[in-house]
Design a protein around this ligand. Structure first.
Ligand SMILES: NC(=O)c1ccc[n+]([C@@H]2O[C@H](COP(=O)([O-])OP(=O)(O)OC[C@H]3O[C@@H](n4cnc5c(N)ncnc54)[C@H](O)[C@@H]3O)[C@@H](O)[C@H]2O)c1
Ligand SMILES: [Zn+2]
Length: 360
């Protein structure tokens, strides 16, 4: 399957069909493959087996984890590219999750004022979310994505085969973004996702395709995030605050998608509270999210910290937050102003029995 964005092509399906001819067409002077220890173990052997011409590529390995998405790792990578004498006609293949894609893309976009790079996302989150939109970057001083650029890859190759070795928790992490795509833009997709049992083997390709089309359409309608693109932030205003809190205080922090799922519960409730979404629909959405995603206990004394994070989000000011909310399943509105005191963090915890759970 081929998805043509305005600037590059996303190839979805068995990677050998698409990548080998692509490399032959382009004739790069040098090729490096960026991996972490997990994608080196689980993804690289398959890639080299199905695209044997890559066997001569330089392999650059970094340590996995968001904490390594920083300037020190970039300096190491720039240095490596210099040592291997990569010139401006060389290519970097980023084989991994969103950390590899964001940082590898940033390194390529800045090395010698920019060399070509290709994204080969290997997590569900990176396949459905990070692969479209051109956002690249690293973290600085504990603040996520604080340094970066917008720059498009030469191409993106998404092969659902890579998901076979992905831990269940990481699958669910990406699934949260797919649920978001359905809620903001596509009621039929929402119905389809209801039938997915994440713990069973899946044929992911069709679902990934639908998510990519939704993200592409929204991003292309508003590349600079001045309006419509903000609907992709549904669940993220409150989700980011919970994610930041968890990163700072929990020994095993929530993953991004897990925090976004909690954010979607809170923002769905706010949609009902604001009179935008019928209560019965809100209940249906919240029940589903609570069944699919792990519960999280937010301590009472965390509310002040969460409020602090919300207030310091650049989109918000004072006691008000700006959020995207739902008007219906498949229909979101952006730039909704809400009072922080309207958010009920205590009620994000999973109810002991979903049947007994009442929304307000
Ligand atoms: N650019 C964007 O638009 C965009 C969008 C969403 C997220 N992001 C960024 O993406 C990052 C999160 O991405 P992520 O969730 O993919 O995390 P990640 O890159 O840290 O990958 C998660 C874990 O899975 C492992 N892994 C990757 N592929 C595997 C496979 N096929 N089999 C087994 N293990 C595998 C990795 O080594 C890592 O340990 C964040 O830094 C976030 O800011 C960027
Ligand atoms: Zn997200």
């Amino acid at each position: 399957m081929i998805i043509q964005t305005q600037d590059y092509t996303v190839f979805l399906g068995a990677i050998d069909i698409y990548l080998a001819p692509f490399l032959q067409r382009q004739q790069y002077s040098n090729i490096a493959i960026l991996v972490d220890e997990n994608t080196r173990q689980y993804c690289l052997p398959y890639l080299l087996e199905v695209v044997p011409s890559l066997k001569s590529a330089v392999i650059l390995t970094i340590t996995s984890g968001e904490q390594h998405k920083n300037i020190d790792t970039c300096a190491f990578l720039w240095q490596q590219l210099l040592e291997y004498q990569f010139d401006r006609r060389s290519l970097l293949l980023n084989l991994g999750g969103g950390v590899i894609g964001d940082m590898g893309g940033f390194v390529a976009a800045t090395y010698k004022r920019g060399i070509c790079f290709v994204q080969i996302p290997t997590t569900l989150l990176a396949q459905v979310d990070a692969s479209i939109g051109g956002k690249l970057g690293i973290d600085l001083g504990g603040i996520k994505n604080s340094v970066g650029v917008f720059q498009n890859p030469q191409a993106v190759f998404i092969d659902p085969q890579f998901l076979q070795t992905l831990p269940a928790r990481q699958l669910l992490n990406g699934f949260a973004e797919m649920v978001k795509h359905a809620l903001i833009a596509d009621a039929d997709y929402w119905k389809k996702l209801q039938t997915v049992d994440i713990s069973a083997p899946q044929s992911w390709q069709e679902l990934i395709h639908t998510s990519l089309l939704i993200k592409k359409e929204v991003v292309e309608a508003d590349p600079l995030e001045q309006g419509l693109r903000k609907i992709l932030n549904f669940g993220h205003t409150i989700g980011h605050a919970i994610e930041s809190y968890s990163l700072q205080y929990d020994s095993e922090p929530l993953l991004h998608g897990e925090a976004v799922a909690l954010g979607m519960i809170a923002e769905t409730r706010l949609s009902v509270q604001q009179g935008l979404l019928p209560e019965s629909v809100g209940t249906q959405v919240c029940n589903y999210l609570q069944q699919q995603f792990p519960a999280y206990q937010i301590p009472n004394d965390a509310i002040a910290t969460l409020t602090y994070y919300l207030q310091n989000d650049k989109k918000n000011s004072g006691q008000k937050i700006q959020s995207s909310l739902l008007q219906a399943i498949g229909n979101a509105v952006y730039d909704q102003t809400i009072g922080i005191d309207q958010i009920d963090f205590n009620r994000l915890t999973k109810a002991s029995s979903v049947e007994n759970y009442t929304l307000f």
